[in-house]
Design a binder for this molecule. Structure first.
Ligand code: CAA
Length: 283
């Protein structure tokens, strides 16, 4: 099956990145936000990222303009009705995702594939509100989407071989490297990195070292692109806590239990870059 038009639900940080890489790969893209202000903000982010790619010599100005022209923004879910594949990148709320999946299942043609970019929620539960469980999977991108080369594919016990084959060809057409995981919270990357990040917050809370020294140790001693506290601010402390709680809920394993400081920082609105303050300040 040929995929021509890709739908993206949500034009936040992840949704805008997904829309951008799809348009850059030559697909027509319909991206839906819940209101005009959020949509314009998301489209502006795509324009800015395309501009950065041109400035860095990754794209010509003509390619960037063509990519932007392939993207249609909308505030109506019904406008995604003609898509061959829809990637849902709305907020991490299962009730909302189930509403979106149930509605899209009615709108889309029978051949269309429905994917979620969730980082921790159960894909099988989203599939359960549709009549097309064999065509539902997780397609998990990494932030910043145009830069990070990985996609995690999440296969449920319902997902068909055909759906996997079609979406793997799609991932390859975006120039990404793909890995496949079972439908359990955190998949591969977060299953491994969340216990590490929680441990980092714990040792910082215990006073083992300053935040600068913890970050320098891992950045320079391990050649990571960012120290772990900078990475926590980049991912978002609320997102990290959400994923940790989802993993703890499922596995009841203390490795996924959030340390008190993380929960308190989220309660205090210190979410990282997005709120202007996390472990560091972002004026
Ligand atoms: N389009 C194309 N390429 C772009 C681009 C764009 N919009 N913006 C930047 N790039 C390219 C640059 O040209 C550069 O490429 P070269 O190395 O070939 O020159 C490269 O991307 C790095 O860009 P910058 O120099 O601007 O940025 P940097 O060197 O400061 O790196 C970073 C920034 C990529 C964010 C880096 O710090 C990094 O990799 N950090 C870790 C990010 C990470 O771990 N992300 C995953 C988070 S977890 C997640 O997303 C999932 C989840 O479920 C929580």
């Amino acid at each position: 099956m040929e995929l021509n038009t890709i739908g993206v639900v949500g034009c936040g940080l992840m949704g805008s990145g997904i829309a951008e890489v799809c348009a850059r790969a030559g697909y027509r893209v319909v991206v839906r936000e819940i209101n005009e202000a959020f949509l314009q903000n998301g489209l502006g982010r795509i324009q800015q990222s395309l501009g950065k790619a041109v400035a860095r010599g990754k794209l010509s100005q003509e390619q960037a303009d063509q990519a932007m022209e392939r993207i249609q923004g909308t505030v109506y879910l019904a406008d995604l009705g003609g898509c061959d594949l829809v990637v849902e990148a709305a907020i991490e709320n299962m009730d909302l995702k189930k509403e979106i999946f149930a509605e899209l299942d009615k709108l889309l043609a029978p051949h269309a594939i429905l994917a979620s970019n969730t980082s921790s929620l159960c894909i099988t539960e989203m599939a359960s509100v549709t009549q097309r469980g064999d065509k539902v999977l997780g397609i998990h991108f990494f932030n910043p989407v145009p830069v990070m080369p990985l996609i995690e594919f999440v296969r449920t016990i319902l997902t068909s071989d055909e759906t996997m084959a079609i979406t793997r060809a799609f991932g390859a057409s975006l120039g990404k490297t793909m890995v496949t995981a079972k439908d359990t919270p955190g998949f591969i990357v977060n299953r491994l990195i969340i216990p590490y990040l929680l441990q980092v917050v714990q040792i910082y809370e215990d006073g083992l070292a300053t935040k600068e020294d913890i970050d320098a140790a891992i950045k320079l001693g391990m050649a990571h692109p960012m120290g772990p506290l900078t990475l926590l601010d980049f991912i978002g402390l609320d997102t990290t806590l959400f994923i940790a709680d989802a993993m703890y809920d499922e596995f009841k394993d203390p490795r996924y239990a959030a340390p008190p400081l993380l929960r308190r920082m989220v309660l205090a609105g210190q979410l990282g870059r997005k709120s202007g303050k996390g472990f560091y300040d972002y004026p």
